[in-house]
Design a protein. Structure first.
Lengths: 687, 119
């Protein structure tokens, strides 16, 4: 099986080389037979990457520990379901996975691309084959997943225990698929540039393929945050770790792109700019691969690190030179023909949105590379982590949220004062009411938090008022509001799908504001039957248990959670402290049990690694989050308890994000389409 | 706000309880033996010891700055989760403002250009 797997990699290596050169030569010499043959090679690439992947999975399933990769990432006691996770849990296997995804996306996008983009397709095929070639090259010469171990073994080392969590079935593969998926729109844009066909037929394909990559990447990032929150056990979900940063940067750039590509679609503007965005996104994705696998930074995500830094750095530099070389060569042909009519227009608001997203991206990039610079230039190691990024990016994120509220209110081209007044009325009045309520009814005194919450309310209200006005207009012929609303959404799916995504982003925003501004915490060491009190919760430690398994020692602690009236605890509380300890004998108050949590601490002696599972009681208002810090020798347990207000909303946003993206992606009926193309360019006029 | 300020350090130390200050500090200090985790996030023994050191020092009445300086002298500059804004490291804090203003200038320029073009 290993022989088959590696043979397929060699096959992929030769075929992708042929696809890259053949397709380009075919395009230059205008040999259609060569072009067709190179395109067929691409479909064979899918076959060879699939067979390779199947071979590797087969080796995992059959516990063939003579293969180094299987030996390093699996063992006999591993739950068979985790074979899928083990497949991509290390450098070699994840490269194979990436290759598989890219060949799949490549085949689909080439097979189903419309005939009108025929002239640019050979170049697109060549670029895609080139990127695939790089991955096959790395697997052939530097990171062979089918390498045979040179000693006899009966069992493997095992999978990294941190990866044995249901979230790992979807988070890493979606993240990797999203990052590699950026290659497709990049190839369409650059294929169009090289071929010299400057009209905008590639725009639709680039928009759809980048939306797919963006949606998958975004879902992958959110799943990662969820994993961190539920398993890493420190109560947080985003730590601005270098690997998180290199994933969010291309996502932010793609966010800018899926907005500004609409300006090109509708108004034939930003033509140069959109290509720059795709180039940046692609290069940043390569930068991510380098950071992730080259190991120049320390990160909690060092699962796939390798010594191949120079290989990935070389590819990063090649990508950079290629992308911007092609751009500078062809850019003069790509001037926009329209101009901006008003600053109060949707295209101008997208300009500002792009500026804010790029600011965050480049500031984050600066924070990622500064420690590397400091190491190399000053020979002093420094760390740039969460406190830095929160402080420098926080204000720009706030501006971005405010823009999300303003953008939908502005129409294309320009707005007249009458429409502006009509559109702005509901959101502005509503936002004022929300702000006042936050001060008066909830008694919030932190102005920044009120400003942040009001901004999210503004976004929600501006979307809501758009829907309200649009639905009302369609209800005139006796249709129910739901039908009318659905017709409104179907009439312009990119826009209304986008609004649904905006709502999901607002939900994340609410959770981020809640947890960042209003978190309460206490750390306590409890004896059996002792309790800790925090705000209106009492958490009572009622028992512990120890389990020995083949590969790990598991310690469990059970705790009961009660809702209490803090007034009744005034006599035992410590003034000013967030939390305090009470003993069992004073427990005669009107406490109401709302649930129990089990905290888990697992230690894997062979890997010298520990993993913890926190206890979480989650409601839309707040999460009670109990972290097992230590099982002490004297029988006490040390726990960290925090109240994370509104954290629930971050995870609830997921379905909205996915549904909104799918609606935006859903192909529109071309007959009914209200979307027009601006395809005349200076180039064509002069031709 | 409290926790935001705890992280950003914009409240006066006197207004916080020692426990709150210990959380504030543990989010600002990296675990020296872990990959990219603060001692607040990390489960390692060293992080636990360091958190205890922080509590001891707070009880002795040391200021946050004194405690941070203690860890820097012991583990080097990289123990801080964000570089101090002193000396050469000031650049890491100033650059974002530069990036933002640079972007703003580009937008202004692009806007002017797009307005000027004849239809």
């Amino acid at each position: 099986m290993a022989e088959l797997g590696f043979t397929c990699i060699l096959l992929g290596f030769s075929l992708s080389l042929y696809g890259m050169i053949g397709s380009a030569l075919g395009a230059i010499t205008n040999t259609s037979r060569l072009i067709v043959s190179a395109r067929r090679a691409v479909y064979l690439l899918l076959l060879s990457s699939t067979l390779s992947s199947v071979a590797l999975i087969y080796l995992f399933v059959t516990n063939d520990f003579s293969i180094k990769y299987v030996h390093d990432h699996s063992n006999i006691v591993m739950d068979r379901a985790y074979v899928w996770v083990a497949f991509y849990s290390g450098n070699e296997g994840s490269l194979l996975y990436l290759t598989f995804v890219l060949t799949l996306l490549t085949s689909i996008s080439i097979r189903f691309s419309p005939s009108r983009i025929k002239p640019i397709l050979p170049w697109t095929t060549s670029i895609l084959s080139g990127v695939i070639f790089f991955y096959f090259l790395v697997m052939t010469f530097f990171a062979n997943p089918f390498e045979v171990l040179d000693k006899e073994v009966i069992d493997g080392i095992g999978i990294n225990p941190l990866l044995t969590h249901p979230g790992m079935f979807s988070h890493p593969p979606m993240l990797m698929a999203g990052l590699i998926g950026i290659t497709v729109p990049f190839a369409f844009a650059n294929g169009a540039l090289i071929s010299g066909k400057y009209y905008d037929d590639w725009v639709d394909l680039a928009r759809i393929s980048s939306l797919i990559a963006w949606g998958i990447l975004g879902t992958g990032i959110l799943l990662g945050a969820w994993w961190a929150y539920t398993i890493l056990g420190w109560g947080g979900y985003w730590s601005w770790d270098p690997i998180e940063n290199v994933a969010i940067m291309p996502w932010l750039i793609l966010t800018a792109f899926i907005h500004s590509i609409m300006v090109q679609k509708r108004r034939n503007m930003f033509r140069l700019w959109n290509i720059v965005l795709l180039n940046i996104a692609f290069v940043l994705a390569q930068f991510g691969t380098f950071i992730n696998r080259g190991g120049p930074v320390v990160s909690v995500h060092s699962f796939a690190s390798s010594t191949l830094g120079f290989v990935f750095l070389s590819f990063l530099l090649i990508s950079l030179v290629f992308a911007f070389g092609v751009f500078l060569w062809r850019a003069p042909h790509l001037r926009s023909t329209r101009n901006l009519e008003s600053f109060l227009s949707r295209e101008a608001s997208f300009l500002v949105n792009n500026f804010l997203l790029l600011s965050i991206t480049f500031i984050t990039l600066w924070g990622v590379i500064y420690p590397l610079l400091s190491d190399v230039i000053r020979d002093v190691s420094v760390t740039v982590a969460a406190p830095y990024f929160n402080r420098v990016n926080g204000p720009i994120f706030l501006l971005l949220i405010i823009m999300m509220g303003i953008g939908p209110l502005l129409p294309w081209r320009k707005i007249n004062n009458e429409t502006l007044k009509q559109k702005i009325l509901i959101p502005v009045i509503g936002t004022v009411i929300v702000s006042i309520s936050l001060y008066v009814f909830l008694g919030i005194r932190e102005h920044l938090a009120v400003l942040a919450f009001s901004s999210t309310a503004f976004v929600f209200l501006s979307v809501f008022s758009e829907w309200y006005i649009g639905t009302r207009r369609r209800m005139k012929s006796n249709r129910s509001p739901i039908v009318a609303w659905w017709e409104l959404v179907s009439g312009n799916r990119p826009r209304h799908g986008g609004y649904i995504v905006h709502i999901s982003i607002v939900m994340i925003g609410i959770g981020v504001i809640g947890t960042n501004f209003f978190e309460q915490r206490t750390d306590q060491a409890l004896d059996l039957n002792q309790s800790t009190v925090i705000d209106d919760y009492r958490i009572e430690y009622i028992g512990t248990e120890e389990k020995l398994r083949q590969d790990r020692i598991t310690k469990l602690a059970s705790l009961n959670v009660y809702k209490i009236n803090p007034e009744e605890y005034k006599d035992v509380s410590h003034k000013g402290e967030d939390g305090f300890k009470v003993s069992e004998n004073i427990n005669n108050r009107n406490d109401k049990k709302i649930g129990s949590v089990i905290l888990r601490h697992e230690f894997y002696p062979l890997m010298n690694q520990a993993s913890v599972r926190s206890g979480i009681i989650s409601t839309p208002i707040e999460d009670l989050y109990v972290i097992p810090r230590d099982f002490l020798e004297d029988g006490r347990i040390a726990i960290g308890v925090s109240i994370n207000p509104l954290a629930w909303w971050i995870w609830a946003s997921g379905p909205f994000f996915i549904i909104g993206t799918l609606i935006a992606l859903w192909p529109h009926n071309t007959k009914k389409s209200s979307v027009t193309y601006g395809v005349t360019t200076i180039m064509e006029k002069t031709k | 706000m409290l926790s935001f300020c705890l992280n950003a350090g914009c409240v006066r130390e006197d207004d916080l309880t020692l426990e709150q200050r210990s959380f504030q500090l543990s989010k600002q200090i990296m675990c020296p033996v872990c990959d990219g985790q603060t001692i607040d996030q990390s489960q390692s023994q060293l992080s636990k010891d360091m958190k205890n050191t922080i509590i001891d020092k707070l009880n002795k009445g040391e200021t946050n700055k004194e405690i941070r300086d203690f860890f820097v002298s012991r583990y080097g500059e990289e123990v801080l989760a964000a570089p101090s804004s002193k000396g050469i490291n000031l650049i890491v804090w100033v650059a974002p403002i530069g990036i933002f203003i640079f972007g703003l200038l580009i937008v202004a320029h692009a806007y002017k250009n797009m307005r000027k073009q004849p239809e």
